[in-house]
Design a protein around this ligand. Sequence first.
Ligand SMILES: [Cu+2]
Length: 470
Amino acid sequence: MRSRLKLTYLAAAMIFAIATVVTGCAGDPLPSASAQEGSPLQDPQELVSHNGLLRAQIVVAREQVDVAGRKLWAFTYNGHYMPPTLRIRPGDRLELAWENRLDKEYTNLHVHGLHVSPSGNADNVFIHIHPGQTFHYSYQFPDNLAPGTYWYHSYAHPVSAPQVAGGMSGVIIVDGLNQYLPPDLRDITEHVIALKDFQVEGDAVKTKDLHISAATNRTVNGQLNPTITIRPGEVQLWRLANISANIYYNVHLQGQQFQVIAHDANPVNRIWAADSLLLAAGARFDVLVRGGPPGSTQLQTLPYSTGPAGNQFPQATLATVVSDGPPTRPVALPTTFAPTEDLSRATVAARRTVVFSETDNPDRYYINGKQFDPNRVDIQSKLNTVEEWTVRNDSNEEHSFHVHVNDFQLMSINGRPHDGHGWQDTASVPAEGQIVIRMAFTDYTGKTVLHCHILNHEDLGMMAVLEIVK
Ligand SMILES: [Cu+2]
């Protein structure tokens, strides 16, 4: 066992050396080298629930803040570009006083991925909080809420992209993934790896007329290329979360594999290994990472194209991982992990086709040929049934399909059966391709939405109203 590990380390070191030679220093053309680069990774401050309740006030304001070592105007939550992480448990109640201190714009809040009511003052995306107003959100989470990494962000159509790009996004953690880990790994070090990027315009984080392909500063927790430390052999839990407005990440840790334990806050039935993980806009993975041999490697996003009509994202360094200190005794990772529900043999109550399409000139985006209208119900589904949706993409670029309230099982991609080892709430639909999903509507009725999580597309119409009825 030990010699095999040593070999793995050697191989990792060689891959690192080769990769360094091949890529040279071409990976970092970002326009804003900062004195802050290389500083230790800081996990966001946490607001934690106690005795079943988390109550907090969040002030939304445009302020000048430190972003990756620069002073820039940004949209802040409680004065931060990287706002507090909300940490809760299944069965908790979350009460948030959301105060809008913006000058002119309305805002609101969406808790992405959480299985919670879409109505009233819960995850109701139709709410408008105008400047000067405070809205009191109240969420009662079910006892069986899935543990993992979620996020929260503005959902103020049609300005959700500017608001999220300007800074209005943070992380939510539902505790409980550790229960599925072996006892030796239940208290491991964990880090939020919130992937959040910003473009600069003058002395501000750019919010208007965002070009998705434009050069951007890819931060982790609001830091440029921070340093993550780990001991050789140590296992850490990293919560990878794409909380950007528009861009994709193709995350890779040189010389290492990610061991995926949850996808979009759905614990997997079987831990699976990946050399790289595609995080379409809105996606998350909870992964175990093992410290390599002493030395440093890079956490990167690899080049990724969303298609001929889409965006070409270049390689970039996200963080530097330094393996240092006394080696940790290796702990075997389990293969089976959490119980999951398989919808492949479920009775399907309805089959639907959801078509994503777009036009240039004018730049418009559609679902089933229509742009978003909050006053129209596009799909009506019955509570306590399972539906199968074919999500077809008639455009020549990928879209990040997302639906609120209930997660889904991804059954196939372009006709090839898919086993994701659990459910998810976001899935990239291939250019000129299709995915098939199955979704169980449980617990909650009310109006909610499905949409593309590339928020520029959503703001320009790629969203539809889903009503869940008794
Ligand atoms: Cu899209």
